[in-house]
Design a protein around this ligand. Structure first.
Ligand code: ATP
Ligand code: MG
Length: 463
């Protein structure tokens, strides 16, 4: 059964039950009231009839008068003589319940007393009174006054009709109102159910607008948030999936190329008439490619560890100046060979970080600067700013155009694949730099102008 039908049925049953209970109670209450009033009335009227009968003459008018009394009072009247025999009845012989002979015991109790005996007779449905008539005017000795209770309940017929009509009208209204009410209550539930089903089917693009401030409104807002979250999670998953596929394709590509070169070199080395100089060059090429594959795997393992292990770095205070001097020593010869002026300007302060990993960062940045600078200057510089040490590596090389800046730190990303590969690069250097700085809760920023040079900056907290 739908929630709408359940609600409607619940309202209808409750209200119909309520209406029926109230109507039945009212009818019972009115019956009781009428009976009580009838009892009081018959007692009063009987006393009055007995007095009136006392003065009635026993002539030929007696029965007519008696009849008129009965009609005027609305009661059935039976008159008995001293021996208890019925001798007159009004309205004329209409009460089959009036006994022909009065119960001697009853007659005995009434004789000589001003007692009025009242009976509510369940067997024949009558209210009855018996009294003695003390008179010498006529032979009437005892009076029996009776009325059928149905007569007393007569007004209930009209009242009951009014109540039942009212009841049916209210039930009709109740049914109508319950249907409308259950509809208005179940509408938002159905809307929510519809929205939830759509979300479950993967349709997260819709927003549910109930425009309500109650629980349904809150539920709709939660559903909207859920859809929004799912939407962004889905996008993120798609992005990650795409990235992973790209990553896999890149690795395959990066390994296939050097392997191809190595295979070619090996083939060449088998040639019988290879000159020693050529043999040396071929061997060198093969060796370089093997080293490149080795380096590629080393970088991949490093990145993998940063991805999965938060504890990979060990931070402690160290002198940045020391690291920079070491880098200068490593790259001095290479820079000189290319005619590049490599220099540093450093502030002697202690910073907090993993010294070896920061050295790796600087190595990657300076090796890139040398790789992508034909001739000119490379400067490593540090400066203290708001409790942190800013380190930058600046070159006057080929620069990077704006469209590459977004993806520069992605794994295997190179602005010019062919040129970079020629220079022995795999496109993992900056990804490693980013991972290391991420682990330090820092980030790497780049500014670059094509043909003029680039600046790479990062910060570390002062010790
Ligand atoms: P690897 O570092 O793995 O040997 P790579 O140097 O090519 O290879 P990254 O260090 O990640 O890779 O650099 C990515 C790309 O960014 C480079 O291929 C190059 O195109 C560009 N790039 C990086 N540094 C500079 C720079 N200083 N000047 C100009 N281009 C740069
Ligand atoms: Mg590099």
């Amino acid at each position: 059964m739908s929630i709408r039908a359940k609600l409607a049925w619940t309202f209808m049953l409750l209200l119909i039950f309520g209406i029926t209970a109230i109507s039945s109670y009212s009818i019972l209450f009115i019956r009781n009231y009428l009976l009580n009033e009838g009892e009081k009335q018959i007692l009063d009227d009987s006393a009055w009839l007995s007095i009136t009968l006392r003065n009635l003459q026993p002539d030929e008018q007696f029965e007519t008068n008696l009849n008129e009394l009965a009609l005027a009072s609305g009661y059935r009247i039976a008159v008995y003589d001293r021996q208890g025999y019925l001798f007159a009845e009004a309205p004329y012989h209409t009460d089959p319940e009036a006994p022909g002979l009065l119960d001697p015991d009853l007659a005995g109790r009434l004789s000589g007393s001003s007692l009025m005996i009242y009976k509510n007779q369940e067997d024949n449905g009558q209210l009855v009174t018996f009294t003695e008539i003390e008179t010498d005017n006529n032979p009437a000795a005892f009076l029996r006054v009776s009325i059928y209770k149905d007569q007393i309940y007569e007004p209930i017929k009209t009242i009951r009709w009014i109540i039942y009509t009212g009841m049916f009208i209210s039930m009709g209204l109740v049914i109508l109102v319950s249907i409308l009410f259950s509809r208005s209550i179940s509408r938002p539930i159905l809307q929510l159910e519809d929205a939830a089903r759509k979300i479950a089917d993967g349709n997260t693009g819709q927003t549910l607008n109930l425009d309500r401030k109650d629980e349904f409104g809150k539920l709709a807002a939660s559903l909207n948030r859920m859809a929004e979250k799912l939407r962004s999670d889905n996008l993120e998953l798609k992005r990650l999936n795409q990235k992973q596929r790209q990553f896999f394709a890149d690795i395959t590509h990066e390994i296939r190329n050097p392997l191809h070169t190595i295979a070619g070199s090996l083939e060449m080395l088998q040639a019988p008439n290879l000159k020693p100089a050529q043999r040396k060059k071929t061997l060198h090429t093969a060796q370089q490619q093997a080293l490149r594959i080795n380096r590629l795997f080393k970088d991949l393992v490093t990145l993998q560890r940063y991805d999965s292990d938060d504890q990979f770095i060990h931070q402690q205070p160290f002198q940045m100046e020391e690291v920079i001097s070491l880098i200068l020593e490593i790259y001095e010869a290479e820079a000189e060979e290319k005619g590049i002026e490599l220099s540093a300007r450093c502030v002697p302060v202690m910073v907090i970080g993993d010294k070896d990993k920061i050295e790796q960062v600087l190595e990657n940045l300076v090796s890139n600067a040398i790789k992508f600078t034909g001739s000119g200057k490379i400067t490593i510089q540090t400066a203290v700013q708001d409790g942190v040490l800013l380190t930058e590596v600046r070159d006057t090389g080929i620069g990077i155009s704006a469209e590459h800046l977004d993806r520069l730190f992605d794994r295997f990303y190179r602005t010019d694949k062919a040129r970079s590969r020629d220079k022995g690069g795999t496109g993992l250097g900056l990804a490693v730099v980013k991972s290391i700085l991420d682990a330090h809760q820092s980030e790497i920023r780049v500014e670059s102008t094509p043909d003029r040079g680039s600046v790479f900056r990062f910060i570390l907290p002062l010790a």
